[in-house]
Design a protein around this ligand. Sequence first.
Ligand code: GLN
Length: 414
Amino acid sequence: MDQLIPDYLADLLDGVRDNNEGELPTYIPILAEANPDWLGVTLCTMDGNLHSAGDDDVEFTIQSVSKPFAYALALQTLGLDAVSEVVGMEPSGEAFNAMSLEEEGNRPDNPMINAGAITVNQIINGTGSTVEDRVEVIREFFSRLAGRELEVDEVAVEGEMAGADRNLSLAHMLRSFDVIADEAHDAVLSYTRQCSIKVTIKDLAVMAATLANGGVQPVTGERLLDEEVCHQSLAVMASCGMYDAAGRWMARVGIPAKSGVSGAVIGMLPGQLGAATLSPRIDVNGNSARGVKIFEALSKDMGMHLMSTENRAGSQAVRSITHNGEETIVKVQGLVNFTGAESILRVLSEYDFEDGRVVLDVSNLIESNKMGRRMIKEAMRRLRDEGHDIAVIDPDSELKHRLMDDGEQIPLKK
Ligand code: GLN
């Protein structure tokens, strides 16, 4: 039984192993020397459980997979308004290293292309920061996301800097429009050092899972980001993470994701898991050729697509209504989100409660969200206002503090 998920992941890798599409990138020497056969996949759940197959402890440079995390760090420390002054959130429809800025205004289109990522890197630790201090703040933050000390690969930095003409010209362009303040060389060095932090797919799966988990690192339990920050970073990845192939990716895989030129892809199923793959051959869009195939299969097999209409909730949310002396006991079940709560409210409003106590039994809830909880507490408040005595059966504290909108607490059934 233990082997079920790793066996499935191993089969998944076997399904793409013979695919030789794509090329190793040559413009960064260390990537040209990578083993093209590396192949691995890791999943990390919201409880911090890791499931892997293949090359899950090979270290490689994070490259563009760093972009959503650096964006999240900037959002967390500076806020969305300040970050949005310097970078947009629209897909550019161009290659990752295109010389692109928004048509109106001078902002780079989004933080997932190089122009945007160089800009985001610049504002971390304040625009007056030295390169060294800035990269240290980023390295430190990535280490907490991964749950271990990560390091910069100096050989990778040196090799990339020796041929960084494209990124240097991007930095000159950004500086000429006053988007960044650093000298072009420093801006590119700072960004390249961010891209050269070494990770494994196990690290990336945990980092991705932290975003999917709303900012709490699932293994260490540390809160590193606010929910809204994760939401924003995931949303921008959904439309811009896979560069020019983002539309096709959204249709076929259907989850926010980010790729990098070292061959990694991360994908996040919000509230459920973080996933990472490694396979170094890169397709024409700059994405790992086999990585894309693995995610397509994962999404299909596991029903991960966010637009899937299979995940219906709540049509049978009231399980039973029974009587016990003076009490009417309403047992609810399943997933109580807006739709689930709506169906409970409908049943409650149509039911002819006799005088006496109404007891809501939530012990069979699988899960609820804020909206769902608020709606059922509000329904209880109205029943109380209509003259009923109210109580809940809530052994797992599903309703948290049980506070209604008027500040009163629904009593537990003794
Ligand atoms: N450091 C690389 C670059 O700037 C990252 C590119 C990528 O991973 N797509 O070109």
